[in-house]
Design a protein around this ligand. Structure first.
Ligand code: THG
Length: 367
C-alpha cells in the first residue's frame, strides 16, 4: 500500500512543486519544512548534465531569514562569524552562524539586498528563531521574518548562456555572490551568481510565490537549445568538490574549525558576534575532530547523505557524512568527520550499508 506525506505547514510545497512533479521527480526530502526534489530517476544522467551541460534545480527550500530595519546590519554582524558591515548592497557572502559555544547552527549565503535589508539564505535549521532571540536579547531595532522568496538554481558549464538568454548579457558581468534585482515577463527576481556546485551558474530568487510555474517554464524554454533538464543539488558532485552540506557533514556539537570552515571565521571582526569568545578559545588548540574528504575501497556504493560510523580497531572514531560512486573517478568518494588522533593514525574503516570499507583520507577537491 502506498503512503503519502501530507502537505501542510510542516511540509510545505515549493512554488515549483507541480512543475517538478510534471518533470518526473521520483523522490523528495524535507528541508527547512519544505519539500525538495532529490532525483528524477536518472542519477547518472543528472550528474553528467551538471558536469557537461546545464540543469535547473528547485531549491526554494533555501529559505530566507530577512533582517529589516535600522539595526539590520548590526544584527547581521552579530549573527555572522565574518565581517559583513562593509558589504555593499548587491553583494553576498558565505558565512558561518554559531551559537554562544561556537557550535555551528547554519552556513548561509548572506545577501545585503538594501542598506537596511538583509537576507540570510539558510541551510536546513531553524535559524530564524535564533535570530529573533538574539535580536531581542541585544535590544536591536529590527524585524526578523521569512519573506516570500524562493530560489531556482541554474547550474553547469552552460548555465551562464542560459541565464543570459533569459535575462540579458549583463549576467556575465556579475561577480561571484554578486546579485541584481530584475524582472522577467513581470516576474520579480533577484539574480545571483551562486549555487551549490562548483560547475558555475546563477540562482534566481523568485520574489512572488504565485509565479513559480511561469518562471520554471521560462527557464526551461531558454535552456531548451542547451538540453536543460530538471535536476537537484547533486550529492556526487558536492562530494567531489568538497562543498559542506549542513546536517550531513556535522552534528549538533561541531565547530567551524572541525569542519575546515575556518576561512569563514574572522576572530578579529569588530562586532561582538555570537560565539566569538568561544571560537577564540577553540582556535587556540587543535580541533578534536576534523572534516576530510575520503575514498572508500571496493565495488561501487550507492549515493547517500545518511551518516554511517567510522571505526579504528573496535572503536568508533567518527562518521561518514555521505558517500557516492564517482563516474569521473570510477571510485567511491566520501566526506567524513573523524577524531584528529585517529585520522593521523590511519587504518580507518567505514561501516557502510554495503559492509565495511577501508577509508583513505584525501584532501578536497577529490575530482
Ligand atoms: N545557495 C543559496 N542558499 C543556500 C545554499 C546555496 N543556503 C543553504 C546552503 N546552500 C548553504 N551552503 C552553502 C555551501 C557552500 C556554498 C554556498 C552555500 C558555496 N561555497 C563556495 C566554495 O566552498 O567554494 C564558495 C564559498 C566562498 O569561499 O566564499 O558557494 O547554495 N542561495
Amino acid at each position: 500500500m502506498a503512503h503519502e506525506i501530507t502537505i501542510g505547514p510542516r511540509a510545505a510545497k515549493s512554488p515549483f512543486f507541480d512543475a517538478t512533479v510534471a518533470a518526473g521527480a521520483t523522490g523528495f526530502t524535507i528541508y527547512n519544512h519544505m519539500y525538495m526534489p532529490t532525483g528524477y530517476g536518472d542519477p547518472e544522467g543528472e550528474y553528467w548534465r551538471l558536469i557537461d551541460g546545464v540543469a535547473m534545480w528547485d531549491v526554494a527550500c533555501e529559505r530566507q531569514v530577512e533582517l529589516a530595519g535600522p539595526d539590520a546590519g548590526r544584527l547581521a554582524d552579530t549573527l555572522a562569524t565574518r565581517d559583513l558591515s562593509e558589504l555593499k548592497p548587491g553583494i553576498g557572502r558565505y558565512t558561518c552562524l554559531c551559537d554562544h559555544r561556537g557550535r555551528l547552527h547554519n552556513d548561509p549565503v548572506a545577501l545585503r539586498v538594501e542598506e537596511d535589508l538583509w537576507w540570510f539564505s539558510i541551510a536546513d535549521n531553524d535559524s530564524l528563531l535564533f535570530a529573533r532571540a538574539v535580536a531581542g536579547e541585544r535590544g536591536l531595532d529590527v524585524e526578523v521574518r521569512e519573506p516570500d522568496v524562493s530560489p531556482l538554481a541554474i547550474q553547469g558549464p552552460k548555465a551562464m548562456v542560459v541565464a543570459a538568454a533569459l535575462l540579458g548579457d549583463w549576467v556575465h558581468d556579475l561577480g561571484y555572490f554578486h546579485f541584481r534585482a530584475c524582472e522577467v515577463q513581470g516576474i520579480p527576481l533577484v539574480v545571483q551568481r551562486s549555487g551549490f556546485s562548483k560547475q558555475g551558474g546563477v540562482e534566481l530568487y523568485l520574489r512572488d510565490g504565485t509565479r513559480g510555474l511561469h518562471l520554471w517554464d521560462l527557464v526551461a524554454e531558454a535552456g531548451r537549445p542547451y538540453a536543460i533538464a530538471a535536476g537537484t543539488p547533486n550529492t556526487i558532485e558536492r562530494l567531489e568538490s568538497g562543498l559542506f552540506n549542513f546536517g550531513s557533514d556535522n552534528d549538533a556539537d561541531t565547530n567551524p574549525f572541525e569542519l575546515a570552515l575556518e576561512r569563514y571565521v574572522d576572530l578579529d571582526a569588530e562586532a561582538d558576534f555570537v560565539g566569538k569568545a568561544a571560537l577564540r578559545r577553540l582556535a587556540g588548540r587543535p580541533p578534536a575532530r576534523r572534516r576530510t574528504g575520503a575514498m572508500l575501497d571496493g565495488p561501487p556504493l550507492g549515493t547517500t547523505s545518511a551518516k554511517c560510523p567510522v571505526r579504528r580497531g573496535g572503536e568508533t572514531v567518527g562518521f561518514v557524512g555521505g558517500h557516492a560512486f564517482s563516474p569521473r573517478l570510477q571510485a567511491n568518494v566520501a566526506v567524513a568527520l573523524i577524531e584528529t588522533t585517529a585520522l593521523a593514525a590511519g587504518d580507518l574503516v567505514a561501516e557502510t550499508e554495503a559492509g565495511p570499507r577501508a577509508l583513505e583520507p584525501r584532501a578536497f577537491p577529490l575530482a
